[in-house]
Design a binder for this molecule. Structure first.
Ligand code: SF4
Length: 356
């Protein structure tokens, strides 16, 4: 049965005497093995092992099945050799995984800091303060500040009693969630030239809302820096990012995105620099949402409509409150003046130049 499964799956099932773990042949999603005194644990992320007092043993390999019973851990390879082609989701490093997780033997938080350092190299700017969008943008902001020498500070406070808003079921709830979740620190922001770092922009509506909040708080300039390339293609491997038409970068140039968000400059980290920041040379990654190169073919019925391009006409601010998802962790915003960004090619890194 297992060899007939296609797609992204990391499974853990159990009966009265066994625990079985399986990772798909590409290993899109993590799965790891831990050791407890007198027992074994399977978990999607390594921090879960710490929580129960288990020690990390190893990652389950792509295409591997482990059966744990009273006699120990038994490993097998139920999939054909030619199917094995490691493609860990690159966005686990960018956003999905917990910062204290270890993937491909590398700490996720440190990888995010390095992304910010690379971003500072690729897209420097004169500014007074580097701030991250809570919480996922903060490690890259730390890296950007460290490399650029610009002071790092907090510009937005996250309401710790609000959960992950990107999974809110309607755009209205998600947009409303921006203000419920993030509040600007006006004393930090007013009159300052800000570098605002976030990990990604998916639909962009909440980023735009956040930029508006920073402008209203008196930010003199807003320079948006994103620690991943433009998110242009839908994910079919476990992340609900909507159709291509809903993705801000699907058919917009970086300069158009900059104007839509209302920031002074906008820059994305290039794909090559992102992979380098992860620090796992030679490891395989899925980059489909950034490149459109899907490691597992998408069934025609699933791709129909979903892969159609986006539109450059975006909803006006009022309607932004009426629906969208994903972004509340990933936002960015600002008002436009006279700068421009080039480099929408994921491999191209980033660039900006003054407009006009
Ligand atoms: S498409 Fe993007 S989010 Fe989905 S598995 Fe691939 S890298 Fe991850």
């Amino acid at each position: 049965m297992l060899p007939r499964f296609e797609g992204a799956f990391s499974l853990v099932v159990m009966d009265l005497s066994r625990i079985i773990g399986v990772r798909d042949p590409r290993g899109f999603r993590p799965l790891c093995l831990g050791r407890l005194e007198g027992g074994w644990v399977l978990a999607s992320e390594t921090p879960a092992l710490d929580t129960v007092g288990a020690s990390f043993v190893r990652e389950i390999e792509p295409g591997e099945m482990v059966v744990i019973d009273g006699s120990g851990v038994h490993s097998s390879r139920p999939f054909a050799d030619e199917e094995i082609d490691p493609k860990l989701c690159l966005f686990e490093f960018v956003y999905f995984a917990r910062p204290d997780a270890e993937l491909y033997g590398h700490n996720v938080h440190q990888a995010r800091v390095r992304m910010g350092e690379h971003l500072a190299d690729q897209a420097p700017v004169d500014a007074d303060l580097v701030m991250g969008v809570p919480e996922s943008g903060i490690p890259a902001a730390e890296g950007y500040a460290r490399r650029s020498g610009i002071p790092f500070g907090q510009g937005l406070v996250k309401n710790r009693y609000i959960g992950r808003t990107f999974i809110a079921p309607s755009q209205e709830m998600r947009a409303l969630g921006v203000r419920m979740k993030l509040n600007p620190l006006r004393e930090q922001i007013a009159g300052q030239r800000l570098v605002v770092v976030d990990d990604s922009i998916v639909r962009g509506t909440t980023t735009r809302k956040m930029v508006q909040m920073l402008r209203e708080s008196g930010a003199a300039e807003i320079h948006m820096r994103i620690s991943s390339p433009p998110y242009r293609w839908p994910c079919f491997y476990g992340m609900d990012t909507g159709t291509r038409a809903e993705l801000l970068a699907a058919d917009m140039e970086v300069s158009e995105i900059r104007d839509y968000l209302g920031v002074d400059t906008l820059s994305y980290l290039g794909l090559e620099a992102l992979v380098e920041a992860v620090g796992a040379p030679g490891a395989g990654f899925c980059t489909a949402c950034l490149t459109g190169e899907y490691p597992v073919a998408i069934p025609a019925e699933a791709g129909k409509g979903v892969l159609e391009g986006g539109t450059t006409s975006r909803p006006e601010p009022q309607s932004l409150f009426q629906g969208s998802m994903f972004d509340l962790e990933n936002v960015t915003i600002g008002t436009t003046e006279e700068t421009t960004v080039a480099g929408s090619d994921p491999d191209a890194g980033v660039v900006e130049e003054p407009r006009g």
